[in-house]
Write a protein that binds this ligand. Structure first.
Ligand code: ARG
Length: 464
């Protein structure tokens, strides 16, 4: 007999039972479901809605089930449809008919919303912690390699040389915004829907503030219809996750390029790479590739839930059961991606020899030749044209700007002196970009200090 079987005279079709059940995936809400029920029953007892004895029996029964869940797991049955009814059935087996008083003044609609808020609150706090760990890894690697220069690109064409630290810290700031997005979403994840009942509230004198306090919620939904049909907090979580995955995917793409022999900037540790079953020489950046690839499923889950929500009338609709698998999958995708990235970044080897040669044949100091003329009074546009012609001369002569004789420079402009060579060596080029947020070691040191300050400041609402 189903918990809701009173008005039915025929058995549920087996396929319908399997199709409508959620226990195969919502079983991971079991712990928060029981914790929510414990707070609810405690309030029912305190308010005199059920007797103190009944509240105690139910509390003891739920505590035993919680212990069993933690020790060995629970025997869930698809015939009981979802985690809420499975737990209630187990409670009945434990304490008998008094179990039936637990659901007083409550519906599965506000119960499942409560469970998701509780579950996602923990997951979000964990993800913010993991983002912070990865930021810390970036700071450490940046700080340990402050003198390493790499080519900087626009259009994936050599643009200007930059510090490797500067490049890594760019990801630090992306992740900083990610952490801040999750922390902000947490304000709305941290809202309690319980007490909304099925949709309209309840006839029992419940105390929602008491339950919210017991469960550590910062806010309570003010509208019962909104409380049971809101999934914005999941959408915000999926949206923050999508942006975070996009950042990790861009970083992955760069690591994949950088580890190729064509770039040769870094080598990933053996522990973070895999081999080929046929080509003995291969060392593949599979982790980075999979993070890049798994970004697709995270975006997909965001689009999936947005689509589930559009056109849903108030209040609860069974469609809302579709909110879970995507969110769980995103958590299961993000958490290991962040953990692996932390280790992968910390253990990667910078190929300094290759990087020293990287500038032998490029023109990434051309802007500095133009800046040299502009600083001596030539309008920058004119200087740009002069240097463009010098680059052409280099290409014809098979050399670079450092290899051009001074006579060629002086033919191009009398403003050139012997100090041009000093001004365009790679280290000087990087060192000259001292503007705030620029790539000069002096500027990157300021940035690094700001990054460390961000990590130590507790200026976000993430709880922990
Ligand atoms: N398993 C359901 C869900 O995840 C729980 C709420 C069911 N409510 C109902 N009225 N059928 O949404």
């Amino acid at each position: 007999m189903k918990l809701w079987g009173g008005r039915f005279t025929e058995a549920t079709d087996k396929l319908v039972e399997a199709y409508t059940a959620s226990i195969t995936f919502d079983e991971r809400l079991a712990e928060v479901d029981i914790l929510g029920s414990l707070a609810h029953v405690n309030m029912l007892g305190k308010q005199g809605i059920i007797s103190a004895d009944d509240a105690t029996s139910i509390t003891d029964g739920l505590s035993k089930i919680l212990e069993r869940l933690r020790a060995e797991g629970l025997p869930f049955d698809v015939a009981d449809e979802d985690v809420h009814m499975n737990v209630e059935r187990l409670l009945y087996e434990e304490i008998g008919p008094v179990a039936g008083k637990l659901h007083t003044g409550r519906s599965r609609n506000d119960q499942v919303a409560l469970d998701m808020h509780l579950y996602l609150r923990d997951a979000t706090i964990l993800i913010v912690d993991k983002v912070r760990d990865l930021q810390r890894a970036l700071v450490d690697v940046a700080e340990a390699n402050m003198d390493v220069i790499i080519p900087g690109y626009t259009h994936l064409q050599r643009a200007q040389p930059i510090l490797l630290s500067h490049h890594l810290l760019a990801y630090f700031w992306m992740l900083d915004r990610d952490a801040s997005r999750f922390s902000d979403a947490l304000l709305r994840i941290d809202m309690m829907p319980l007490g909304a009942g099925a949709l309209a509230g309840t006839t029992f004198p419940i105390d929602r503030e008491e339950v919210a306090k017991a469960l550590g919620f910062g806010q309570i939904y003010e509208n019962s219809l909104d409380a049971v049909s809101d999934r914005d907090y999941l959408l915000e979580f999926l949206s923050a996750s999508s942006i975070l995955m996009m950042h990790l995917s861009r970083f992955s793409e760069e690591l994949i390029l950088w580890t190729s022999e064509e770039f040769g900037f870094v080598e990933l540790a053996d522990a973070y790479t895999t081999g080929s079953s046929i080509m003995p020489q291969k060392k593949n950046p599979d982790v980075a590739e999979l993070v890049r690839g798994k970004t697709g499923r995270v975006y997909g889950h965001l689009m999936g839930l947005l689509t589930v929500m559009k056109g849903l009338p108030l209040a609860y609709n069974k469609d809302l059961q579709e909110d879970k698998e995507g969110v769980f999958d995103v958590i299961d995708t993000l958490v290991p991606a962040l953990t692996l990235f932390d280790g992968m970044v910390r253990t990667m080897k910078i190929r300094e020899n290759r990087l020293r040669d990287a500038f032998a044949r490029d023109f990434s100091n051309a802007t500095d030749v133009a800046d040299y003329l502009a600083k001596r009074g030539m309008p920058f546009r004119e200087a740009h044209a002069v240097v463009g012609r010098l680059v052409l001369a280099c290409i014809e002569a098979g050399t670079n700007l450092a290899g051009l004789p001074i006579t060629v420079y002086r033919d191009a402009s009398s403003l050139f002196g012997d100090d041009i060579y000093e001004a365009i060596n790679t280290r000087a080029v990087v060192g000259a970009r001292t503007s705030r947020g620029g790539t000069a070691p002096a500027a990157v040191s300021v940035q690094l200090a700001a990054a460390k300050e961000r990590l130590s400041a507790k200026n976000e609402r993430a709880r922990g």
